[in-house]
Design a protein around this ligand. Structure first.
Ligand SMILES: Cc1ncc(COP(=O)(O)O)c(C=O)c1O
Ligand SMILES: Nc1c(O)cccc1C(=O)C[C@H](N)C(=O)O
Length: 412
């Protein structure tokens, strides 16, 4: 076997892995090595039963009474508190709901209102496009608009000048895995009189995040990636408590009112983070996310990050040893990246399809990136080594060179 030594090392690491028992909390299809939890997390086994109970008992039997009797009305806040622990936020500073894109729009608007005399939103070319689209949409609605200045990721710190109102960044680059230094950039932004908005889509549930320690102002993130809330799961947003009193939502809604059931015609914001709520939360999605988040109970995110670094390290070592044609995209140092690694690959789309056909699921990102997410709660060290061996075989033996692997699907 090509990787006999790596296999032996992986087996020893698995045997000593404190997170290994967590794998049993997930449904994982037979014969699949799942390295795409950075796009859609795997299904926690607790979710189907919880959804069935919400449907049959709470909705079916309880009907409208369940808002009070099953606690639907407080459920988003309970879920938000679970997420808050994972991202180093104050428990009352996170709101669960809407999509990440909507939350970018809402928090960016709130951030800009804090710095009314400036007209630049600084971001980088590694940001996920939806954040920039949402900013463009907002710019079109605000009197006088604002400039969206896009620089290279390595230029961000030096580009924070005294005209910048908001530094809006995704902490972990969705393509390369490169990770920004949140604390340093936030300090830099504050020194220049700007505020920060962090997209944690590829951070929350993958890495230790410390919003309070970094002094972050605003943040958003996804529920369906490392938080395993299921396709289209509710997203979240964060507003630092020091800003909450002065933040008014761009799209106020009745459930964000100080007294929703007074049905006043005039809007008065709720005192806390609830003021950012636009409308009724999707209870089914929030309940699924609630059950899913239990897999993190008692988990130390520092231990998750250490395992992620070992998994990715084994994978990169295996791929680079066996396969000269693949070039690492993004940082080699685990301290500088998130929980994923990517390679530049010629015919990357077909390579990924051939890999998926052999039971190793990652994804492809244009123009030439094959991307692998390592979710330490359910990926083993052996998985990482076997995935590397399968990828090397696909590339070295040109197993991707079949017409069926070149047909582009609607969703990649
Ligand atoms: C960094 C980042 N932000 C935002 C999104 C989009 O989030 P949503 O589909 O919840 O709007 C994604 C992925 O789709 C992402 O990777
Ligand atoms: N949200 C997705 C979807 O509905 C279908 C396919 C992929 C996604 C993703 O989340 C993509 C992801 N943000 C990325 O990093 O590429």
């Amino acid at each position: 076997m090509v990787f006999a030594d790596l296999e032996a090392r992986a087996a020893a690491l698995d045997a000593a892995d404190p997170l290994a028992p967590r794998r049993g909390l997930f449904h994982l299809p037979e014969g699949v090595i799942y390295l795409d939890g950075n796009s859609l997390g795997a299904l926690p086994l607790s979710v189907p039963g919880r959804i069935a109970a919400v449907l049959r008992e709470e909705w079916g039997e309880g009907l409208i009474r369940s808002w009070n009797e099953a606690g639907w009305i407080d459920l988003p806040a309970r879920v938000a508190a679970k997420i808050a622990r994972l991202i180093g936020a104050e428990p009352n500073a996170v709101l669960v709901g809407d999509s990440t894109t909507v939350n970018v729009f809402k928090t960016l608007d709130a951030a800009l209102r804090l710095v009314p005399d400036r007209r630049v939103v600084l971001t980088d070319s590694g940001n996920f496009p939806t954040d920039i689209y949402a900013a463009e949409g907002l710019a079109g609605l605000r009197a006088g608009g604002f400039e969206i200045r896009i620089v290279r990721p390595d230029e961000v710190a030096s580009a924070i000048g005294d005209d910048v109102a908001v530094v809006m960044l995704t902490e972990v680059d969705y393509r390369t895995g490169r990770r920004h230094d949140m604390k340093a950039i936030t300090a830099h932004a504050h020194a220049a009189g700007a505020v920060t908005l962090w997209d944690l889509a590829h951070s929350a549930g993958a890495l230790p995040v410390d919003l309070v320690g970094a002094g972050a102002d605003f943040a958003v993130g996804c529920g369906y990636k490392y938080l395993n809330g299921g396709p289209g799961a509710p997203a979240f947003l964060y507003v630092a408590p020091r800003h909450l009193g002065s933040v008014t939502p761009a799209l106020p809604g009745w459930l964000g009112h100080a007294a929703p059931f007074a049905f006043d015609l005039g809007y008065r914001p709720a005192p806390g983070i609830e003021r950012m709520r636009t409308g009724t939360p999707g209870v089914l999605g929030v309940a699924a996310l609630d059950a899913a988040l239990d897999v993190f109970e008692g988990v130390d995110m520092a231990v998750v990050a250490e395992k992620a670094a070992r998994l990715a390290g084994l994978f990169v070592e295996g791929v680079e040893r066996a396969c000269r044609d693949l070039v690492l995209a993004g940082p080699r140092d685990p301290a500088l990246r998130g929980s994923q690694v990517s390679f530049h690959a010629e015919e990357g789309y077909a390579v990924m399809q051939a890999l998926i056909a052999r039971g190793v699921i990652g994804d492809f990102r244009a123009p030439d990136i094959v991307r692998f997410g390592f979710t330490p709660l359910y990926v083993s060290h052996r998985d990482a080594v076997r995935a590397a061996a399968t990828l090397a075989a696909v590339v070295n033996e040109r197993l991707w060179d079949e017409p069926r692997f070149k047909v582009k699907a609607k969703v990649t």
